[in-house]
Design a protein around this ligand. Sequence first.
Ligand code: GLY
Length: 347
Amino acid sequence: MKQLTLNGSAGSSDILIAAGLLQTTAAQCARVFSPSRVHIVTDSHVAPLYLDAVAQQFDLPVSSTILPAGEEYKRLEAVEGIYHDMLSAGMTRKDLVIALGGGVTGDVTGFAAATFLRGVPLCQIPTTLLAQVDSSVGGKTAVDLPEGKNLVGAFYQPRLVLIDPTVLETLPDATFIDGMAEVIKYGCIKNRGILDMVRMPHYRENIEELIYECVKIKRDVVEVDEHDTGLRMILNFGHTIGHAIEKIGNYTAHTHGQAVAMGMVAAMKIAQQLGTNNDLDDYLSSLLQEVGLLVDLPYPREAIFKALLSDKKKMGQTVNFILVRSLGRADIEQIDVETLHQMILSI
Ligand code: GLY
């Protein structure tokens, strides 16, 4: 078993990575929690696969909420539903909430755990590659509003994260490929060895190692900047344009990973316009396409810029843009909005 500890401002988060870990959920939880009951939140895709397998391990009362699957349900209504289920189950502040699922389940459940009775202990069990390498680790929780993604949330570290790579075998291929965009992101920003591993013909056989390397980067970055005011922004490589693409597609035309893949290649092209003399955009395009991701921008450049501008949460007169000028190293650069506009038009 591989193990990492993230030391956050409000306590530590143990992150365990091992094949078969899901089968030992109750034993792992018993090491760090002392609940009288457990509430598991999952979604309609994951529940038939894993809910009973996890729930039956506990010698405690277990209740559950099954959310409808999909980004469109990452809403306050879902959080309120979880509150009601937890209240009717008799959950108290010392009981345990488990998020069992992908990024949406993790974000919604994390926010419910952060706010129910002003905070109840949380265990994340991510079941998609994207959630395993990124969203389950680091304590970001959020829901969407009609105005945009992740506009309401909290930083709330899970005390325990259980990552079982064998659950990825039950994923649709497209969902696995979606997560590979984030894996490649980590390689670009911090460890080019990850990119070399992904280039190997049978890289999926090394998925546990890849997950570990990605989570290690995330742990290191979050320990330096838990609240996303500086270094943590490098985790957003490819996301500025990626979020614009997701927004234009109404969050349904492209998955997060697909949009981030396109956004990373566009960011490489912008780095070149700023004078970086390399062909990393070609290198990255071919690697992303090898794993099954598309890289060409799917919308007119002006529309992408407008969508990016409307992300008011991030915009002033300058944009914090993440640039990779050599593989394994990211810089945060403030780019003037109009300069960025012109560069996007010439991608
Ligand atoms: N997913 C980016 C972050 O956690 O900061």
